[in-house]
Design a protein around this ligand. Structure first.
Ligand SMILES: *Cc1c(COP(=O)(O)O)cnc(C)c1O
Length: 380
């Protein structure tokens, strides 16, 4: 079955009891137990809830994992995954890892004795060179944020297997439609489902898909033990959002391709970062591991002033953090997502004052281009 069909026809395409084409929202905390001697499937909603289970089964199915998990945010998902490690363990993470993950690693998990090295994972040699005796995992994002750097997933998996390390991939930018890291040998995939999976800027949620029974059991113990679970209402929003993932992504990606092309020919633009553009670094690698370039890009203006004016003038893009919604979203990393990062570190990652990140939405592309043209000119 092809992916688009699987989004509509999967284990949870209808309610097993009534045939309802929308899985009911089981707004419940606890369940009557017929027989206290018997094991019952549902006992308490932190442990199991039917609506949450539906989205968990669905993400596992879409990522070709053995088990899925739903958490109260992308960061709850990431922190729960990181909680499978112990004091003394070392993790290698890509140097431009999501800001929240950076904070969790460097301000929370470090206090529990989990050590991290931030590495330029686009260079496989750098991964290899940073492996230590106590290294347990490689944590990757590809394409990364905000300059869409590409890491070779199969190459990283090869190195990890040789050293018995887990590979964890934050697949938020790509979604399971465009990239399925578990098929390439990764062990755990994480999503901020707040983004493309929810797709409508109306829910904060995280999803995880895991390969293998033992690892699944380890993560279930954390999910139930730590307790950062997703509520039934929000689980339902993700089930609904997922049904249109392919049509949204196809259209948003097409818009993004046109916009990237247009921006790269604009005289006020210095550089466009988008894996769909010829000449994007490691584009050939991206094309072997993903089915498309997605709908997130960033660009640098020639003058800093142009970028700042653009952020003031643009009308058809929301000025916001986040991405993956139906509306185009423009963000200014220096003042928004990466404001807390020291300037020198920011600049070494290419996050400069002329950089703007875009998540391209479902608007008519002609309107977007017209509006962007005016905003780049600094005109009302
Ligand atoms: C937003 C985001 C997260 C964090 O997810 P929340 O749902 O905001 O907690 C993690 N990784 C990436 C790549 C993100 O874009």
């Amino acid at each position: 079955m092809n992916f688009g069909t699987k989004l509509i026809h999967n284990t949870n395409d209808k309610d097993k009891i009534t045939g309802a084409l929308s899985i009911p929202i089981y707004q419940v905390s606890t369940y009557h137990q017929e027989d206290i001697e018997a094991e019952q499937e549902y006992q308490y909603s932190r442990s199991e809830n039917p609506t949450r289970r539906a989205i968990e089964e669905t993400i596992a199915e879409l990522e070709n994992g053995d088990r899925g998990f739903a958490f109260s945010s992308g960061m709850a998902a990431t922190s729960s995954v990181l909680s499978i490690f112990s004091a003394g363990d070392h993790i290698i993470a890509c140097q431009d890892v999501y800001g929240g993950t950076y904070r969790a690693l460097n301000r929370i998990f470090n206090r529990y004795g989990i050590e991290v090295s931030l590495v330029d994972t686009t260079d496989l040699g750098e991964i290899e060179a940073n492996i230590k005796e106590n290294t347990r995992a490689i944590f990757l994002e590809t394409p990364s944020n905000p300059t869409l750097k590409i890491t070779n997933l199969k190459g990283a998996v090869g190195i990890a297997k040789a050293h018995h390390l887990l590979v964890i991939v934050d697949n938020t930018f790509m979604t399971p439609y465009l990239q399925r890291p578990l098929d390439l040998g990764a062990d755990i995939v994480i999503h901020s489902a707040t983004k493309f999976i929810g797709g409508h800027s109306d829910v904060v949620a995280g999803l995880v898909a895991v390969k293998g029974k033992a690892l699944s059991e380890r993560l279930y113990m954390i999910q139930n033990g730590f307790g950062a679970v997703l509520g039934p209402q929000d689980s339902w929003l993700l089930l609904r959002g997922l049904k249109t993932l392919k049509v949204r992504m196809d259209y948003q990606q097409k818009n993004a391709e046109e916009l990237a092309q247009w921006l790269s020919n604009h005289e006020k633009i210095q550089k466009v970062y988008y894996p769909g553009l010829l000449g994007h670094q490691n584009r050939e690698i991206h094309d072997t591991q993903a089915n498309g370039a997605g709908a997130v890009m960033s660009f640098k203006t020639v003058e800093i002033e142009t970028a700042q004016k653009f952020m003031k003038m643009v009308k058809l893009a929301a000025v916001a953090v986040s991405l993956g919604g139906v509306e185009t979203i423009a963000s200014y990393p220096v003042k928004m997502s990466h404001a807390a990062m020291p300037k020198a570190q920011r600049e070494s990652l290419g996050i400069t004052e002329n950089l703007i990140r875009l998540s391209v939405g479902l608007e008519d592309i002609k309107d977007l281009i017209e509006d962007f043209d005016k905003a780049l000119a600094g005109a009302e």
